[in-house]
Design a protein around this ligand. Structure first.
Ligand code: ADP
Ligand code: MG
Length: 237
């Protein structure tokens, strides 16, 4: 599903260049539930933005579902994203003057689905996420957990093959974080590939594979027996 070889990415500002990704290799299969960990500034968001076709890379290969992602213009990138990817962010990224239903329906607006139909579908998704009663509330009237459910519903409404989540529990208390992770697990159980960036060990421990970014490459991949040891260790902290 995701195949990356020798990926390089630098940010250039003025005369300075910051080499963030330095020849990274990564393979993620369809249906995986993966977390990407690494210290602040290690390039987690940079990598996720490249995976999500929100940003370019400088060198290397990125294949998404067998298609080489390189040199796309904004329209082509948007088509790829709309067909494949749902995004979830730490800060929810909801539109403040639209209610929960309208926020969830937004991707269908861009697909030119008429208002009545897209709102009905949005209500179904809100129902699935247990917040149908909040459909007509603005984001400012919702708790953090409710806002993230709205964001997840919005991500799911266009039937993505991959969910990319950048610190999805970063703004939530620990109980709500667990609820959001339970939802993401259910999403993954339906066959959708889920990739989460986090710096919280207990969140990473709930995924099925942990990838550590270090010095611009993948430093470590924790899975299977090692993952069980990791979970046991997290539990006793
Ligand atoms: P993480 O998500 O792991 O905290 P990021 O991928 O956001 O790290 O950032 C990696 C490094 O690149 C950081 O040093 C950050 O300051 C820098 N960086 C990120 N985005 C930009 C940008 N648009 N322009 C310049 N530097 C950036
Ligand atoms: Mg980040």
């Amino acid at each position: 599903m995701i195949s990356i070889q020798n990926l390089h990415k630098s940010y250039v500002t003025g005369n300075n260049s910051l080499h963030v990704l330095k020849g990274l290799n990564l393979e993620i299969e369809e249906g995986e539930f993966v977390s990407i960990m690494g210290s602040s500034g290690s390039g987690k968001s940079t990598l996720l933005n490249i995976l999500g076709v929100l940003d370019d890379y400088d060198q290397g290969n990125y294949y998404l579902n067998g298609k080489k992602i390189w040199g796309l213009n904004e329209t082509q990138a948007a088509i790829t994203r709309n067909a494949m990817i749902g995004f979830i962010f730490q800060s929810f990224n909801l539109i403040s003057f639209k209610n929960a239903m309208e926020n969830v329906a937004l991707p269908l607006y861009y697909q030119k689905v008429n208002r009545k139909k897209r709102n009905l579908i949005a209500l179904e998704y809100l129902d699935r996420l247990g917040i149908r009663d909040w459909a007509h509330h603005l984001p400012s009237e919702l708790s953090g957990g409710q806002k993230q459910r709205v964001a997840i519903a919005r991500a799911l409404i266009s039937h993505p093959k991959i969910i990319l989540a950048d610190e999805p529990t970063g703004a939530l208390d620990s109980q709500t974080s667990l609820e959001v992770m339970e939802i993401l697990k259910e999403v993954n159980d339906q066959g959708i590939t889920v990739i989460i960036v986090t710096h919280e060990h207990d969140i990473a421990a709930l995924t099925k594979k942990i990838i550590r970014l270090r010095d611009g490459i993948i430093g470590e991949v924790i899975t299977n027996g090692d993952l069980q040891k990791y979970r046991d260790k997290v539990k006793h902290e």
